[in-house]
Design a protein. Structure first.
Length: 135
C-alpha cells in the first residue's frame, strides 16, 4: 500500500514550477493548477513508483524531494523531480491520458516545442526565424 500525506515543499515547488511554464506557453487546457500530495510506498517487484495522477490530484513520491527548495529555491529541485512533476501535470492537463496514448504524446511534444521556442526567444535567436516566417 501507499501512505499518502501533504505535499513535501519540494513536490509542491516542482509542480508550481512546471505549472508556471505550462501557463506561460498556454497549455493548461483551461484548468487551474492541480493539488499536490506526496506518498510513500515500498518497492514493487524492484521498481519504485515516482509519481502518479488520480482524480484531479498529482502525487509525487516523497523520496524525490524534501524541503531543499525552501532554502535553495527552484535551483535545488532535481531534474528527476521536475521530470516526474511534468509527467503527472501532463496527465492532469490531458484529462488522464495514458502514457502511451497519442493524446499524451502530442501534448508532451507540444510542451517541448513551445518551451524550446520560448527559450529561443529569450536568447534572441527567434528573431530571424520569425522574420522569415512573416516574409
Amino acid at each position: 500500500g501507499r501512505e499518502i500525506g501533504e505535499a513535501t515543499p519540494d513536490a509542491q515547488a516542482a509542480v508550481d514550477y512546471v505549472w508556471s511554464r505550462i501557463e506561460k506557453i498556454g497549455l493548461t487546457n483551461g484548468k487551474k493548477k492541480p493539488p499536490v500530495r506526496s506518498f510513500h510506498s515500498i518497492l514493487d517487484g524492484g521498481a519504485m513508483l515516482n509519481g502518479y495522477y488520480k482524480d484531479g490530484t498529482v502525487y509525487i513520491h516523497r523520496d524525490l524531494g524534501g524541503s531543499g527548495s525552501v532554502v535553495g529555491g527552484q535551483a535545488a529541485l532535481s531534474d528527476r523531480l521536475l521530470k516526474v512533476a511534468l509527467e503527472e501535470v501532463a496527465h492532469y492537463a490531458t484529462n488522464g491520458a495514458t502514457d502511451a496514448s497519442r493524446d499524451f504524446q502530442d501534448y508532451v511534444l507540444e510542451v517541448a516545442v513551445k518551451l524550446a521556442r520560448l527559450t529561443e526567444e529569450k536568447l534572441g535567436n527567434g528573431r530571424g526565424r520569425r522574420a522569415v516566417a512573416m516574409a
